[in-house]
Structure formats: structure tokens, C-alpha cells
Design a protein around this ligand. Structure first.
Ligand code: PLP
Length: 227
């Protein structure tokens, strides 16, 4: 079985190639290792090999892992669905939240962010395929939410995130990522500057990088199948 260290080296190469194919500097694409349902040993192996950013979907699991890696100076991203009764612990433990789609949750995070910590980095999750059952804000309400989040003192709006439907072909995969990039451009025309497009996973990161992803969220390709 190939280990995390080898996978990490391979994925870094693949991300760099994808960036070059897109005419971008490899350093402009950050690898976020999605470690949900993966054992601590794999996180430590990736951290030993130089990975800094880790993503978790479940609050308690993430908090336990953060507590167990305090000595490592890792950056933790919450990428799961966030219920309002769990905002406090997320505000206290994580560095980023990628899945904000309503103002109430954002307000709670800002109020609960400890003053001793830097502002919490926020991405707004957009429902790029307009799927009825999926989280994320729709384009019509995005500007209003972005404006309101910018006013919250203990949050920093960094950008947009999406989790599109699974598609197999590269040209099809690119379409939702184009839409997310255009939404960020449209926010810019309203004076809201962001620097992050959190898009692309194990199966579609190439398409995402072609369309400007600055954070790709990679789970299985890095850590193997989840338990
Ligand atoms: C699980 C998950 C990922 C990683 O998915 P892989 O296909 O394993 O790379 C990325 N983003 C989110 C929001 C996830 O929930």
C-alpha cells in the first residue's frame, strides 16, 4: 500500500502540473488535506511531510484532532455543514469556515470568536448547481450576504466555496467552477474584494485549477478511502 507521504508528493506534483497547464504559478494553489474519518496517524504523517492545512467536516472529530496536534502549528478548516448549536466550539477551535450560507450562523461565529484569536476566515458556500437538497446560498442572495459578513468584526470574508454535482468529463466539470469565479468577479464589481476560491476535490481538482481555484480540498486521493 502506498503511504500518505508518497501520495502527498504525487499530489503536489499533479497540482503543480495542473497550475502550469492553466498558466498559473504552482504556489497560487493551496492543498487542503481533507482528513475527515481518517486516523490521526495519517494526519501526523502528512504534517511530518510538510502539509499545513487540514479540513474536517464533523465538529467533535475535528476538535479532538486539533487538541491532539496542538504542538504542530497546523491550520484547521471546517468544511462540513455547521449547525447553529455548534458554532461556539468552531469559533474557538478552527481557523477557517468554508460553508457559510446564512447570516445567522455568521453572526454567531463573530460573536463567539475569542478576542485573543485572529478573525475567523470565512468562505461563503454557493449552491452552484441550484440543487434543492444541497446547502449553499444562491447567486441572487450572495451579494447581500457578502456585504453583511464583511461588517462582522471577528470574521474576515476570504472568498467563495462550492461543492458541485459529480461530473465525469473535464469540460463539464469546469462549468460550475466558471460560475463560482464569475460570482467572485461580480462581488468585486460591488467593491467586495476576496482572494479565495475553495473548489475542487479528488475527482475534479484539475478543472477547478483551470478555472482559478486557490484552495483544493483533497481527501481520498491523499489519505485513501475513508472508514
Ligand atoms: C469530503 C469532502 C472533500 C474531499 O473529498 P474527496 O473526494 O475525498 O477528495 C472535499 N470537500 C468537502 C466539502 C468534503 O466534504
Amino acid at each position: 500500500m502506498i503511504g500518505v507521504t508518497e501520495n502527498l508528493a504525487l499530489i503536489k506534483d499533479l497540482l503543480a502540473s495542473a497550475a502550469k497547464a492553466a498558466g498559473r504559478e504552482p504556489g497560487t494553489v493551496k492543498l487542503l488535506g481533507v482528513s475527515k474519518k481518517q486516523p490521526l496517524s495519517k494526519i501526523l504523517a502528512a504534517a511530518d511531510a510538510g502539509l499545513v492545512d487540514f479540513g474536517e467536516n464533523f465538529v467533535q472529530e475535528g476538535v479532538d484532532k486539533i487538541d491532539q496536534t496542538r504542538d504542530r502549528n497546523l491550520t484547521w478548516h471546517f468544511i462540513g455543514h455547521l449547525q447553529n448549536n455548534k458554532t461556539r466550539v468552531v469559533a474557538e477551535y478552527f481557523d477557517w469556515v468554508h460553508t457559510i450560507d446564512n447570516l445567522k450562523t455568521a453572526r454567531r461565529l463573530s460573536e463567539q470568536r475569542p478576542g485573543a484569536l485572529a478573525p475567523l476566515n470565512i468562505c461563503l458556500q454557493v449552491n452552484v448547481d441550484n440543487e434543492a437538497a444541497k446547502s449553499g446560498i444562491d447567486f441572487d442572495h450572495l451579494q447581500e450576504l457578502a456585504t453583511a459578513v464583511c461588517e462582522l468584526p471577528n470574521l474576515t470574508l476570504r472568498g467563495l466555496m462550492c461543492l458541485p454535482m459529480q461530473r465525469d468529463r473535464l469540460d463539464e466539470q469546469r462549468k460550475p467552477f466558471v460560475r463560482l469565479r464569475q460570482m467572485a468577479e461580480s462581488l468585486r464589481s460591488f467593491g467586495i474584494e476576496t482572494d479565495t476560491l475553495s473548489m475542487g476535490m479528488s475527482g475534479d481538482y484539475q478543472a477547478a485549477i483551470l478555472e482559478g481555484a486557490t484552495i483544493v480540498r483533497i481527501g481520498t486521493a491523499l489519505f485513501g478511502e475513508r472508514k
